[in-house]
Design a protein around this ligand. Structure first.
Ligand code: ZN
Ligand code: FE
Length: 255
């Protein structure tokens, strides 16, 4: 049975996610920008938190871990590579490892680039992937610690997941991402339509995440290094994909 998914807005533009397995009652929170809205979301549903899954060390993703773990006794799971700079972990994982939430199994994917040691959690049976600041709706995280090659390798792994997968990313940056994406691929009809949907969603106060991987593949400029219009825009019609990606990322930094 697929996991129930709840998107929890936190701080000014962060998202945490709750996943809940009805059969066992197991409930995990992915990233903890702050504890209070997550405790309220659990309370509302009468769910008891069993696991906290951490994607990367930035404060806006782990700032509430100690408080939430303290209040719930949940088991804290994060990247072994980042254990020295994460809140205390009960379980340290690396790419290829499996995390269990009740009977549900999540596969750990190394998605370094934004930070080194950033991981994603893929729950194939529920078609969910938690990507935080790696692949984002119409965007990708800034390259703070990794280089373009590293991020491109990470994004390529995520792009290869089943297209129906829901991408649960860490921020509400989508409207700004859409404005940038339109400068890279203005002739992409799917992108133009999605940008209009995003404007409407934000005007109505609705989150733009999670998003469908198929839509990211069709519209996210950071996944579209092979698209002729993207290549033409950045002046690399015949360059390698990673060079096109690097130039798109560099332009976003200046946007
Ligand atoms: Zn971050
Ligand atoms: Fe972040």
């Amino acid at each position: 049975m697929p996991l129930d998914l709840v998107t929890v807005p936190c701080l000014s533009d962060n998202y945490a996610y709750l996943i809940h397995e009805a059969a066992t009652g197991a409930t995990a929170c992915v990233d903890v920008p702050e504890a209070a809205p997550i405790l309220a979301a659990l309370d509302e549903r009468d769910w008891k938190l069993s696991h906290i899954l951490i994607t990367h060390h930035h404060h806006d993703h782990v700032g509430g871990v100690a408080a939430l773990a303290g209040a719930t006794g949940a088991r804290v799971i994060g990247a072994a590579a980042d254990a020295h700079r994460l809140p205390p972990l009960d379980e340290a994982v690396a790419e290829g490892d499996t995390v269990r939430v009740g009977m549900a199994e999540g596969r750990v994917i190394d998605v370094s680039g934004h930070t080194m040691g950033h991981i994603a959690f893929h729950f194939p049976d529920s078609a969910l992937v938690f990507t935080a600041d790696s692949l984002m709706a119409l965007g990708c995280g800034r390259l703070f610690e990794g280089d373009a090659e590293t991020m491109w390798a990470s994004l390529s792994k995520l792009a290869a997941l089943p297209p129906e997968t829901l991408v649960c990313s860490g921020h509400e940056y989508t409207a700004a991402n859409a404005r940038f994406a339109l400068t890279i691929e203005p002739g992409n009809a799917a992108l133009v339509a999605r940008a209009a949907e995003i404007e409407a969603a934000r005007a109505a106060g609705r989150p733009t995440v999670p998003s469908r991987l198929a839509d990211e593949l069709a519209t996210n400029p950071f996944l579209r290094a092979d698209a002729p219009e993207v290549r033409a825009t950045v002046g690399l019609p015949d360059g390698p994909d990673v060079a096109v990606f690097a130039e798109v990322r560099a332009r976003k930094d200046r946007f």
